[in-house]
Design a protein around this ligand. Structure first.
Ligand code: MF3
Ligand code: CO
Ligand code: CO
Length: 282
């Protein structure tokens, strides 16, 4: 293990959560901006007939053209610059040769590394004209992400984020996926804390699962990336070892931002420079 990449005793942290310095924000702004620009670039390319591996190639080239690295290529054996998760795929969909169809909805997730800092963000896209229900799921999922982000300030908790997301999603009759969560990031892609997207839920055996009431402190960097299903929240992993689908094949949506806790609230590192926050983009 390379000790320079792990927490050492003299680095500021609260529990296992790293507290970053003012100059670290500059690194995250650069990485976050490029990841967001990749998502902006994709908007005009997503349409029926296009393959998801074409979209992936566009991102891989743009990342390299900007002197950055894709964080996902080579990550635990993953080989692509994006995850593209179509319709009932919840996350970690693998780009491939199948052309998009009219009405498909998809999440495209990009993570880049610049000067060692990670920018991790995803948005939903429409191929053609999706059904009303699909549009409503996507709109609610975007609102849920933003409601979670708006709770972030020193002294509030991880559970407050989850509560805002769960309240919004379940209020619209949708469900929150429990098997994947947001994560700390910075010089490391995935680290403490786990950012779950619920406050509390009961499993089918009656066990109660509560989000941690960990207090937020300035200098914490993490993602919020809620996955919201039209049906039940349960997940199935396909045999490729990556693709996670909803067990009941219901539609699923996700948005993701990389953010910091600041002295008086939050900063979003991955905001769209072109104000392309949610579809439709044109
Ligand atoms: N970007 C994803 C996240 O939000 C992680 C993708 S890992 C991969 O954390 F290997 F599947 F690409
Ligand atoms: Co992430
Ligand atoms: Co991501």
């Amino acid at each position: 293990m390379n000790m320079s990449e792990t927490l050492s005793e003299d680095e500021p942290r609260v529990g296992a959560i790293r507290i970053h310095k003012a100059e670290d924000f500059e690194g995250m702004r650069k990485a976050g901006r490029l990841a967001a620009e990749c998502l902006d670039m994709l908007t005009e390319h997503v349409e029926p007939g296009v393959t998801t591996e074409h979209l992936d190639n566009l991102v891989r080239e743009m990342v390299l053209d900007n002197g950055a690295l894709s964080a996902t290529i080579g990550y635990r054996g993953y080989r692509h610059a994006t995850c593209i998760s179509l319709n009932h795929v919840i996350c970690h969909g693998i780009p491939g040769p199948k052309p998009l169809k009219n009405g498909d909805i998809m999440n495209i997730d990009v993570t880049v590394i610049i000067d060692g800092w990670h920018g991790d963000t995803s948005r939903m896209y429409f191929a053609g004209e999706p059904k009303v229900k699909a549009r409503r799921l996507v709109g609610t999922t975007y609102q849920a992400l933003m409601a979670g982000i708006e709770t972030v300030k020193p002294g509030s908790t991880l559970r407050d984020i989850g509560r805002a997301i769960q309240t919004l999603a379940e209020g619209e009759g949708f469900s929150v996926v429990r098997d994947f969560c947001g994560h700390g990031l910075g010089r490391v892609f995935h680290e403490a804390p786990n950012v779950v997207h619920y406050a509390e839920y009961k499993d089918r055996w009656g066990g109660v699962h509560r989000a941690a009431d960990t207090e937020l402190k300035p200098g914490m960097f993490f993602t919020i990336e809620p996955m919201i299903n039209d049906g039940k929240p349960d997940v199935k992993l396909l045999k490729d070892g990556w693709t996670a689908v909803s067990r009941d094949k219901s539609l699923s949506a996700q948005f993701e931002h990389s953010i910091a806790v600041t002295d008086d609230g939050y900063e979003i590192f991955t905001l769209s420079p072109k104000d392309m926050h949610q579809p439709p983009y044109n």
